[in-house]
Design a protein around this ligand. Structure first.
Ligand code: AKG
Ligand code: FE2
Length: 204
């Protein structure tokens, strides 16, 4: 196996412990159509979160999809059924991770739609109890390349950006949610971006 293909198969190792890896070109020619169809065919919502007694519409739109409900900032989100495009992306992500020796499965996805560079997601870890002890989350990016910013909870090292090009998959492996927070900060001048963060939600 030549060096280039082995690098491509294993993804780019951004962090070793905890594992953070990026895999380019997940869907290939199908990526542009996947973006257009998800944008057009989903019923995008902008829920309001109550913080310190005030209502704030979230600065993006989202859809919670899959087989299990989810709690986020104290609210319960019932899932909508799998859309065929999201299902195809899930299967492509699982297959790609499998090739890299990472066996996993996902029963849920949070889709986030950022209309422009002003829309964003604040600092958080995806560490809700129903995601289990050490969740593995796969984030697929379509559209504008908006970096995901990471910071260590104990500030052991400087914060850093991870570029998320169109049609890339970012694997946040076990320990990433425990040790780091991430955010999608606003960036003027960027166009439409949709991300799909695949998870396994444990049901009681
Ligand atoms: O859109 C992104 O890249 C980040 C999404 C995210 O952090 C999440 O869905 O939990
Ligand atoms: Fe997240």
């Amino acid at each position: 196996m030549d060096l280039f293909s082995s690098l491509a198969d294993d993804g780019e190792r951004l962090l070793e412990h905890p594992p953070l890896r990026r895999f380019p070109h997940l869907l290939g020619d199908a990526a542009d159509q996947a973006l257009a169809r998800l944008d057009a065919e989903l019923n995008w919502q902008r829920p309001t979160l109550r913080l310190y007694g005030r209502d704030h519409p979230i600065p993006r739109r989202q859809v919670w999809m899959g087989d299990a409900g989810y709690r986020y900032s104290g609210q319960h989100f019932a899932p909508v059924p799998w859309h065929p495009v999201a299902l195809a992306i899930r299967d492509a992500a699982v297959a790609r991770l499998n090739v890299a020796g990472i066996r996993t499965r996902f029963n849920s996805v949070l889709l986030n739609r950022y209309a422009d560079g002003d829309e964003r997601m604040g600092w958080h870890s995806d560490d809700e109890p129903e995601l289990g002890e050490a969740p593995l989350i796969a984030a697929v990016s379509l559209g504008a390349d908006r970096p995901l910013r990471f910071r260590w909870k104990d500030r052991r090292a400087p914060a850093f950006n991870v570029a998320q090009p169109h049609d890339s998959l970012l694997l946040m492996g076990p320990g990433v949610q425990a040790d780091l927070e991430h955010a999608l900060l606003s960036r003027r001048g960027h166009g439409l971006r949709i991300s799909l963060t695949f998870r396994w939600v444990q049901r009681d």
